[in-house]
Design a protein around this ligand. Structure first.
Ligand SMILES: Nc1nc2c(ncn2[C@@H]2O[C@H](COP(=O)(O)OP(=O)(O)OP(=O)(O)O)[C@@H](O)[C@H]2O)c(=O)[nH]1
Ligand SMILES: [Mg+2]
Length: 249
């Protein structure tokens, strides 16, 4: 169901990841909504969109926030724009808080690339240590694989899971999305279970930092740049771009 602006209900979950990894596809499956998805090549979602997941059982209601994907090159300004849009969304939430983040990764890639690592570092900077428990990783496109039991694929997946856990040692749960109308459920159930057991998510480090900087009358733009996630995006571009890029900066 599409949500009127400024409405956040129940457990609020942010969908984050490289563009084309299946965030909107997951949101469409979870919310039963007709959501535009991309061709996997060009970025599709251009702003943060909220969807409510109606629950029939005792599960809590969810608000899912689909976000524009991070760029598949280390393109500073594009990623900074994504961060700004997420910052705006967090500001719109007022007293409401993000209870979880789902980070998406397509299993089609042979391994985690430099761009994947860069995006994971942005994620880590957004979360801060205490929030890590409230992150889930979802690998997508399992249905595009000929044989999900194939030895090479299983090894690849195991390696990716080890990498994920190394990068966020405080423990993300990892799920597989099969594009089957069902596999989104265990992911939501994971967050529902945290809510049921009263495991309240701490504030996102990114949200706390923004609040602090806004309170110092910093402009929205400057505040986003000053956060750890903003600095991470700048630092990555310097490493990748080399001295030429630095000179331009
Ligand atoms: N078969 C299959 N296709 C998928 C899966 N996930 C995503 N796709 C396809 O991949 C393309 C991109 O998916 P999106 O859901 O738009 O990806 P996104 O992460 O929202 O991309 P941006 O909005 O650009 O950040 C679409 O054509 C989807 O149908 C999956 O698990 N299985
Ligand atoms: Mg999308």
């Amino acid at each position: 169901m599409d949500v009127p602006s400024m409405v956040y209900q129940g457990v609020v979950i942010l969908l984050i990841g490289l563009h084309g990894t299946g965030k909107s596809t997951f949101a469409a499956a979870a919310a039963g909504a007709d959501i535009e998805v991309g061709d996997g090549l060009d970025p599709c979602t251009s702003k943060c969109e909220r969807y409510i997941v109606e629950q029939t059982s005792d599960a809590p209601q969810f608000t899912i926030i689909d976000t524009p994907g991070f760029a598949d090159k280390n393109t500073t300004e594009e990623n900074m724009d994504v961060l700004r849009l997420i910052a705006e969304e967090l500001r719109n939430m007022g007293q409401e808080r993000v209870s979880g983040i789902i980070f998406f990764h397509s299993i089609e890639g042979a391994r985690l690339t430099g761009v994947d690592h860069a995006n994971l570092r942005i994620l880590k900077s957004m979360c801060g240590e205490k929030f890590q428990r409230h992150v889930a990783f979802v690998t997508t496109r399992w249905d595009c694989m000929n044989d999900s039991e194939d030895e090479k694929l299983v090894t690849r997946n195991n390696n990716i899971e080890v990498e994920f856990k190394k990068l966020l040692p405080k423990g993300p749960e990892i799920f597989k999305f099969l594009n089957d109308g069902e596999s989104h459920r265990p992911v939501l159930e994971h967050f529902a279970q945290l809510a049921r057991t009263g495991t309240v998510a701490p504030p996102l480090q990114f949200a706390e930092e923004l609040e602090r900087y806004y309170n110092k009358w910093m402009s929205k733009r400057a505040a986003v740049e000053k956060t750890k996630a903003g600095k991470e995006i700048r630092a990555t571009s310097r490493k990748v771009g080399g001295w030429n890029y630095c000179t331009i900066l």
